[in-house]
Design a protein around this ligand. Structure first.
Ligand code: GSH
Length: 250
């Protein structure tokens, strides 16, 4: 039985998974979810992922999603993201013909694991907190903006200190796939991160050296550009299990 990935075209965790499938040429049945219709909020989908989030990987009845930790903040109930880390690690471990995407060497793997943890607990977490008001009924605050700059500055420092082409070495790893998907969200919303020169250089390197993967990123970016221009109608997700829905015509 082939693998199945339930995915969202513009969801950064889904984008990272699809890039890895493509890069490793893994045969996978891709099932596109309709986010606005709330495909992921059904009880049927909850059998695959009780957290009702996208993506989910189904490897012949072995379901893999993620665990999010919700933490209260002053601005609402936000969460530590996992960013499909378990899916990426599983795919790379199971299907990797060599160990470039997720190295076996202990130190090289430790660096990738560190970057994945940083991406989940700070980088993408702060970016997502900043973006959620585009979708849900949250106010965007100065603190959210400040945290995105903190995340970018730290990522910039890691890139500068390691001095390699990619975020955990000279090869593309699963960590880069997460960072690129998160950075794309800033790119799509015209967030100027040019002063973070190492981040900018790394992002452009990825774009130039991986045109096939970039197509997946670009497809997601186009949707987010539209979302940023006009608030999407999320009434189909009401009542949402976590987030407040902006009821435009209420
Ligand atoms: N922990 C999951 C989270 C994935 C996630 O948050 N996906 C978003 C879309 S990008 C989602 O499904 N959100 C559900 C919602 O907002 O209702 C992972 O890292 O893969």
């Amino acid at each position: 039985m082939p693998l199945t990935l339930y995915y969202l075209t513009d969801g950064p965790p889904s984008v990272a998974c699809r890039m890895l499938l493509k890069a490793m040429k893994i045969d996978c049945n891709l099932v596109k979810m309709d986010f606005l219709k709330g495909d992921h909020l059904t009880e049927e989908y909850a059998k695959k992922n009780p957290q009702k989030e996208i993506p989910v990987l189904d490897d012949d009845g072995f379901y893999l999603s993620e665990r999010n930790k919700y933490v209260p903040t002053g601005a609402g109930l936000f969460k530590y993201k996992c960013f499909s880390t378990a899916i990426l690690q599983y795919l790379a471990d199971k299907y990797g013909k060599n160990d470039t995407f997720y190295p076996k060497d202990i130190k090289a793997r430790a660096i990738v694991n560190h970057r994945l943890a940083f991406s989940a607990t700070k980088y993408y977490r702060y970016i997502e907190d900043y973006l959620l008001p585009l979708f849900y009924d949250y106010e965007r605050t100065e603190l959210m903006l400040k945290k995105v700059h903190v995340a970018l500055a730290v990522f910039n420092t890691y890139l500068e200190r390691l001095g390699t082409k990619y975020s955990a070495g000279d090869n593309l790893t699963i960590a880069d796939l997460q960072f690129v998907s998160g950075t794309m969200c800033l790119d799509a919303t015209d967030f100027d991160f040019s002063k973070y020169s190492h981040v900018t250089k790394w992002y452009n390197t990825f774009k130039n050296e991986n045109p096939e993967l970039w197509k997946i990123v670009e497809e997601a970016k186009e949707i987010l550009v539209m979302v940023a221009k006009e608030e999407p109608d999320l009434s189909g997700l009401y009542p949402h299990p976590v987030h407040p829905i902006r009821l435009v015509n209420a």
